[in-house]
Design a protein around this ligand. Sequence first.
Ligand code: AMP
Ligand code: MN
Ligand code: MN
Ligand code: MN
Length: 287
Amino acid sequence: MTPSLNADLHCHSVVSDGTLTPEALAQRARSNGVELWALTDHDEVGGQQRAAAAALALGLPYLTGVEISVTFIGQTIHIVGLGFDPEHPALKRGLERTRGGRSQRAIEMSQDLARVGIHGAYDGALKYAGNHALISRTHFARFLVESGVCRETNDVFRKYLTEGKPGYVEHRWAGLKDAVNWIRDAGGVAVIAHPARYKFSATEEFALFSEFSKHGGQAVEVVTGSHTAAEYVNYAAMATEFGLAASRGSDFHSPDESHTDLGTLPPLPEHLTPVWELLTGRIQTVQ
Ligand code: AMP
Ligand code: MN
Ligand code: MN
Ligand code: MN
């Protein structure tokens, strides 16, 4: 499989904070020409069987996926796992623990929004959460748009729900080492998700890449819906410097909200090792 494969290894369904079902996503991926697909819901593998079954029924090769919330030197970052066994006990327990604090955080977020005159946000957000255990800031953002507080979800994250703004509640997610170990113990490959999104200094970013590699992390997202073309070049160089394979994924959440659709990103730079080369034995296909 070549670096130019139309792989899309990052997206979300109603099982976390996307608006489409796993089946609808499989269909959309297939229609958009995706040749290798992974559903990567936040902190949850409950959609994996449905996604794999739907993909295989369409003749679309599938890799299991997840996006784990991690706290690293005071910031929230995301680690994607690919090609693991979703039934592995350590991974399942770890994800359960990571999901655990979301309901309490959501109640506190709602209380903080009430402080600035926005009432009923918890119930409002919950209506959008297909999976109540996975209530996320995205569901709050949809409520704030619906109730006319903001025009669109991007607007929400500029004015609310982020550090220093109303509705933001600090939260402690999984540790980096734990997240990488859960993925590896379950037979998968760990990937640093959309690194350009984090607000790290150069030294902190170096620490992230070093520690991630030291714990056995093997890849980084280079071409993602969250990066600019200049950032593809920058993180291609980081992949080379740290000896990491490269991944590619839209981070598609919704036809109404996402600016990058499934399967529409440019290919990975030719000189990189695509993450799917590390996962050839883990790709599910119809025999
Ligand atoms: P949570 O895991 O509950 O903290 O929610 C994080 C989710 O919020 C991300 O996965 C995105 O889907 C969404 N999000 C965070 N920041 C932004 C942003 N600036 N614009 C749009 N969506 C965002
Ligand atoms: Mn999300
Ligand atoms: Mn993410
Ligand atoms: Mn994502």
